[in-house]
Design a protein around this ligand. Structure first.
Ligand code: AQP
Length: 335
């Protein structure tokens, strides 16, 4: 049998340690990583190279790198069953990113909505890294020949670009990269801000009432949901409700696994007060185990470092094979 038929399919994803993770990161990404580990060869990275497109306080970036790794494990990822690693520990990410940048068009990058949003948000620091971020993301994915990439809706456009880059390179040099497919969850791919439900919930949002963090204490979670923006209609309906109501119904559905119809029946004739309390409690209950496990893991830094070391070794092994293959195809002399 050929390598291709015996090869286990690969899943890859990552989360930036650019702030305290939100339930958007949890529902759109982290909570979906675990189910892939049985069937797929999984690589999950702490994407710290991506984080520096926006200014970071070094000590905070360092601390958050440990935190994201601990959250991966607390969310159920077993380091013995998948490769958990820190992106900057595998130098091939930066190397392949440069190579792929020569196969990515300026016009393509200019169309990326995240670039437009982030340049507007950080007008004093529109650096080249912010612009070429999607090329680094393509390198992250293509290095491991990923078949599937679990992501939230906001990353779909970047994934499309990674597919285009892979296709372009394969077309010029013969098949080199697996062309990845996105895995976007049906519910939870698009969790919005509690303060402005027309916008994505982002970990770097400075309005604390807009975001629910995975590690927020129970009473804080409940308080934030009580303050969530809805409207004055008292209409708990997915089709007829406001953006705020739909967002809360989505969050409630993710944590309770109830359908929108069931939620509508449950709150028929009841007000927003009851509904928001129920969403807050369901969210706090759903995160309780993750928070407990996280606390235990963060108390054992040497264990986290051993996971980082083993992950870096495994990831580097795969990544170096891809970079060698690309270098050979490009015509770089190998010694
Ligand atoms: N609001 C969201 N709803 C659903 N999924 C989301 N993701 C992020 N926000 C939501 C998914 O989480 C994964 C990791 O995201 P990231 O760390 O790479 O950065 P991001 O997408 O830019 O997330 P943030 O929270 O908005 O970070 P900042 O504020 O630093 O820019 C991705 O799969 C993403 O889709």
């Amino acid at each position: 049998m050929s390598d291709e038929t015996t090869r286990k399919k690969v899943a890859l994803s990552g989360v930036q340690p650019s702030g305290n993770l939100t339930i958007g990161n949890y529902l759109g990404a982290l909570s979906n990583f675990g189910p892939f580990t049985d069937e797929f060869d999984c690589y999950y990275c702490v994407a710290n190279l991506h984080s520096i497109t926006v200014r970071q306080v070094p000590a905070e970036l360092r601390r958050r790198t440990y935190e994201v790794l601990a959250l991966y494990i607390a969310c159920g990822l077993d380091p013995d069953k998948c490769t958990l690693f820190v992106q900057s520990h595998v130098h091939e990410h930066a190397e392949l990113s440069w190579m792929l940048s020569c196969f990515t068009m300026f016009g393509e990058l200019s169309r990326m909505t995240q670039f437009k949003d982030k340049s507007a948000k950080h007008a004093d620091n529109i650096n080249a890294g912010l612009f070429t971020y999607p090329v680094l993301m393509a390198a992250d994915i293509l290095l491991y020949q990923a078949d599937v990439v679990p992501i939230g809706q906001d990353q779909k456009q970047h994934l499309e670009l990674a597919r285009n880059i892979a296709d372009r390179f394969n077309g010029i040099y013969s098949p080199t990269f697996t062309v990845p497919e996105p895995y976007i969850p049906k519910v939870g791919a698009n969790i919005n801000s509690l303060a402005d439900p027309t916008k994505k919930m982002s970990k770097s949002d400075t309005n604390e009432n807009a975001v629910v963090r995975i590690l927020d204490p129970r009473d804080v979670i409940i308080k934030k949901f009580k303050r969530a923006v809805t409207d004055s209609d008292n209409c708990i309906s997915y089709n007829n409700g406001s953006d705020g109501v739909r967002n809360l119904m989505t969050i409630y559905s993710c944590f309770t696994h109830k359908s929108y119809d069931e939620i509508e029946r449950e709150f028929d004739g009841r007000g927003y007060g009851d509904f928001k309390t129920a969403v807050g409690e369901a969210c706090a209950d759903g995160l309780a185990d993750v928070q407990k496990k996280y606390g235990e893991l963060m108390a054992d830094k040497s264990y986290l470092e051993s996971v980082m070391r083993a992950g870096a070794e495994k990831a580097s092994h795969t990544a170096s094979k891809t970079v060698a293959k690309v270098a050979r195809k490009l015509g770089f002399v190998q010694i």
